[in-house]
Design a protein around this ligand. Sequence first.
Ligand code: G4P
Length: 199
Amino acid sequence: MKLLQEKIRQNGKVLSESILKVDSFLNHQVDPQLMKAIGDEFYNRFRQDGITKVLTLESSGIAPAMMTALNFGVPFVFARKRKSLTLVDNLFTAEVYSFTKQETNTIAISKEYINREDKVLIIDDFLANGEAAFGLLELVKQAGAEAKGIGIVIEKAFQSGGKQLREQSIRVESLARISSLQNGRVEFLEEVNYEQTAI
Ligand code: G4P
């Protein structure tokens, strides 16, 4: 996705060989125009799949998930990572280990909002080792719903998550796939041909 690659090139900061900082448009300050384009692109890629619900994980998945759900005309649900005063029982839960933060979070959604009739599109901001994605897939499984695929804004293709998911025949659509962050430079796996691509 041309717009996203440009934004990453212009505003992303390579913090190390494995971490890209995108606080200016995705993880802290959020660019609504870009989120709209991201929502449109996910809709185009999954429009044939009869999606009835979008599922994400708080907090940075919320903006792209909402714009995607708006296009589908369906609700989106964000799994919680922190304990909530009101969300205490009747939950589906999964454990998600973060290699980046070296901590385990229990993620949870209410049983009320995903059920066995649902065809779920999972959306997240980053795909690294796939822990969050596998946790969200586990929630969908517990609900007896069908996971139609995973939409990722930025995939770090040099980490193992995308490969593991695709090896299990899970459809993963990533809007930007980074092959390397070495030498302070962002390299994309599929460099967009700027002259031919409209989005
Ligand atoms: P994984 O789920 O694919 O295994 O990823 P990992 O545990 O490594 O990621 C944990 C958190 O770090 C996630 O955010 C993820 O989005 C974020 N993250 C991973 N790699 C990068 C990166 O290169 N740059 C940035 N900016 N974030 C990265 P989170 O803790 O859920 O944060 P938030 O959603 O509350 O913002």
